[in-house]
Design a protein around this ligand. Structure first.
Ligand code: ADE
Length: 224
């Protein structure tokens, strides 16, 4: 899979992709993440990428021209399955959308800033708009990193069997059951006996039961 992220703050995205699972996935060649600095696509001598809003009002608006140049340049090289705009008024990101996006070969993610992008970008270049939650971030970069992380860890070969994404919270509309590790007794706080029993079937049943209980208590909306 290839993910192209368009941003006016490329350095903000350096760290999330240069450590741990996301870094390993790239090194193994399972995903290619390319960060594009929007300013490089500006035709203005000051590399301007934003301007005042027509009609007045506070806040700058990201201009259509550099964004169109960048998206067209990418699209001239390969076909994209989706051109995503990160925006607080987009569709709410879920595990199910992460699963869908992880099936794609090439996606573009555009990070918004300031008061947003010129509406014509959304009308003519964007195929999907995604929000990571009902709060406003100072830009779409962290949201793009969240979405990319959720997608990349689903790609075959990225996670080892022990950490398989199939047992994640939400994958089956249940939150994950509690987990414990050594010591079995910490100052009288003990691990449930069943987990020490070695009885695989009983442990699986206990975990499922705990996941259902937790989901009922914490996220009843997930239970259909
Ligand atoms: N940009 C600013 N806030 C955002 C959010 N909540 N989700 C996605 N992109 C954003």
């Amino acid at each position: 899979m290839r993910i192209d992220i368009i941003t006016c703050l490329p350095r903000l995205l350096d760290s999330p992709f240069s450590d741990s699972i996301l870094q390993r996935a790239q090194k193994k060649g399972l995903v290619e993440v390319n960060i594009h600095d929007l300013r490089k696509y500006s035709t203005d001598k000051h590399q301007k990428i934003d301007d005042y809003a027509f009609g007045g009002g506070a806040g700058m608006v990201m201009m259509i021209e550099p964004i169109a140049n960048c998206i067209r340049d990418l699209q001239s090289k390969r076909a994209y399955d989706e051109v995503i705009y990160m925006s607080p008024d987009g569709e709410q990101f879920t595990q199910s959308i992460a699963n869908q996006l992880s099936m794609y070969k090439n996606i573009i993610i555009l990070c918004g800033h300031y008061k947003g992008v010129d509406e014509r970008v959304r009308q003519h270049f964007i195929t999907r708009e995604i929000s990571i939650g009902d709060y406003v971030l100072s830009g779409g970069e962290l949201a793009a990193a969240v979405v990319s992380d959720a997608i990349i860890r689903l790609l075959p070969g990225v996670l080892s069997d022990e950490t398989s994404a199939l047992t994640d919270s939400f994958q089956d509309d249940l939150v994950a059951p509690p987990v414990y590790t050594r010591p079995a007794d910490f100052e009288g706080m003990v691990v449930p006996d069943i987990l020490l029993s070695g009885h695989e079937k009983k442990i699986d049943d206990w975990r499922f039961d705990q996941a259902v209980k937790r989901t009922k208590k914490r996220r009843p909306n997930l239970l259909k």
